[in-house]
Design a protein around this ligand. Structure first.
Ligand SMILES: Cc1ncc(COP(=O)(O)O)c(C=O)c1O
Length: 496
């Protein structure tokens, strides 16, 4: 017989929504197999008689029989006439012997990864919340997106393009979209782009991985802002690069420290328009000094301009790429914040000499970005809808930021100090002395609130304790209710 906990585990596995599409006997077979693979049922252990298990699970005996028959066929169990079913003995692995399906499965539970694979896995990757809740950072409000208009444009295009859109597309990106992106970044971001220099990608994350792999070798040094965007650090770590953290102050990256650094770097990564997470804008004299440094060192500047569409006090400063006469800057943009994250379209504006190598390298990652989405986005931009949507959302987000800052001032006074940013989708807050960041984040989580801690974004984990509060994706009512819950949770944490 199964122990009580084993029976409960089989029942839970059968009822799990992820298995709902499987027939009942397959669910039972998987659940029992898992017990064997996990070692909870060792070799030689008897399985419950099919009649008994059927009665415990409330299913027919035929269903359990079908499950046992499959386990037997796979080599997981033995069936002895007259005495029942038993977990099969586990043969030792002999090099050269073909693995049984069960051995292969057992081995696949603890895979031997490459050192790079191990590092990527241990980093935890960049997992986004599927259903964001206050105050998850960096999430736009997708409820305002004009989906019917998007659908209409897509239908029109499907009629015009026909079966052509079902074939492979240009790995550099659809020409109309590259043209629309070049026009946009030239006009709005002061870039120096042409359609020929734009590479359409799946995300800025992909652009970061591509830069790390195509421009640098494992062991090469790259300067990163301190504190830094975790997605960039993880991409560089995964490529085996050595990150050299350089401090950020209220005017952005301390560029003079890069020049003074005795260990020479081959690239610098930064978020100059709206530093992640501090919100600082890189001062013009530092931009110019950075460009000169890169030209002297023949180093690359990797400029992540991830959310500059949302600037609330006048126009954002022009991007570094547009100021760089030496073609050392790779400008990275994304539609994740300006439109919607599920779109999965980002891009890079490249120095001319990098267009070919980067395009070829991207074909090894994913071939190209989905054609229909690219063409629809191009049409959306050409029709002025992108500009209109960004203008609308800029107004919505500015009001939400203003509301959040007022509510934090009113309800969290004495607990945190808000650092109101000039743009973006999130507001950094610094904790008052006495309350630890970990305790604050834990307390918030208990109240159903997501906060990203600031200190872990510092290279030495030693920055000011605090957190980022995303505000863009939440209605005024949601923001107000969540601030009240957060205030109660933080006050309780401060007392304990
Ligand atoms: C600084 C920064 N860069 C890039 C991204 C992600 O953009 P994408 O979805 O295009 O990878 C984010 C998202 O939070 C970000 O904060």
């Amino acid at each position: 017989m199964f122990r009580h906990s084993q029976l409960e585990s089989v029942k839970a596995s059968i009822a799990h929504p992820a298995h709902a599409a499987l027939p009942l006997h397959a669910r039972i077979q998987r659940a029992v197999r898992q017990l064997i693979v996990d070692g909870a049922l060792g070799p030689g252990k008897p399985l419950p008689a099919s009649r008994a298990l059927a009665s415990s699970l409330g299913v027919s005996r035929d269903t359990v029989e079908a499950a046992y028959a499959r386990l037997h066929a796979e080599g997981f169990i033995e069936r002895r006439v007259g005495s029942g079913s038993f977990v099969a003995p586990m043969p030792e692995f002999t090099p050269g012997r073909r693995l049984s399906r069960r051995d292969a499965l057992l081995r696949s539970q603890a895979p031997k990864l490459s050192l790079r694979g191990e590092a990527m896995f241990r980093s935890g990757g960049v997992r986004e919340m599927l259903l964001p809740r206050p105050f998850a950072h960096g999430v736009p409000d997708t409820r305002f997106f004009p989906l019917p208009l998007w659908d209409r444009l897509e239908r029109q295009l499907r009629k015009e393009v026909g079966a052509q859109a079902l074939l492979h597309g240009d790995p550099q990106g659809a020409e109309p979209l590259r043209r629309a992106i070049a026009d946009y970044v030239n006009l709005e971001r002061g870039a120096r782009a042409t359609a020929e220099r734009v590479l359409v990608l799946t995300s800025s994350q992909q652009a970061l991985s591509l830069c790390a792999q195509v421009l640098l070798d494992p062991g090469d040094r790259i300067v990163v802002e301190d504190p830094a965007y975790y997605g960039a650090r993880k991409a560089f770590d995964a490529a085996g690069l050595e990150c050299l953290p350089v401090r950020v102050d209220r005017q952005g990256l301390l560029v003079e420290r890069i020049a003074a650094e005795p260990r020479k770097a081959r690239a610098v990564f930064l978020t100059p328009s709206h530093q992640f997470p501090t919100g600082a804008t890189l001062a013009l004299d530092r931009r110019l000094a950075l460009i000169e440094w890169a030209a002297r060192q023949q180093a690359w500047i990797i400029e992540d301009d991830y959310d500059s569409e949302f600037h609330y006090a006048g126009k954002p400063t022009a991007c570094v790429q547009g100021l760089d006469p030496h073609d050392r800057t790779i400008y990275i943009g994304t539609f994740t914040k300006s439109l919607f994250p599920g779109l999965r379209i980002g891009y890079a504006v490249l120095p001319p000499q990098l267009v070919e190598p980067m395009t070829v390298a991207r074909t090894l990652m994913d071939g190209h970005t989905a054609s229909m989405a690219q063409l629809t986005l191009a049409r959306f931009m050409e029709g002025g809808h992108f500009g209109a949507h960004v203008r609308l959302m800029r107004g919505v987000y500015a009001e939400r930021l203003d509301l959040l800052a007022r509510l934090v001032g009113r309800h969290l006074a004495g607990l945190v100090e808000a650092r109101i940013p000039g743009g973006g989708l999130q507001m950094p807050c610094v904790l008052a002395p006495g309350l630890s960041e970990r305790a604050a984040i834990e307390a918030a989580r208990g109240a159903g609130i997501a906060l990203l801690g600031l200190s872990a974004l510092h290279a030495a984990g030693d920055g000011e304790a605090g957190f980022l509060m995303g505000f863009a994706a939440y209605t005024p009512q949601e923001i107000e209710a969540a601030v009240r819950r957060l205030a109660a949770a933080l006050r309780a944490a401060a007392r304990s």
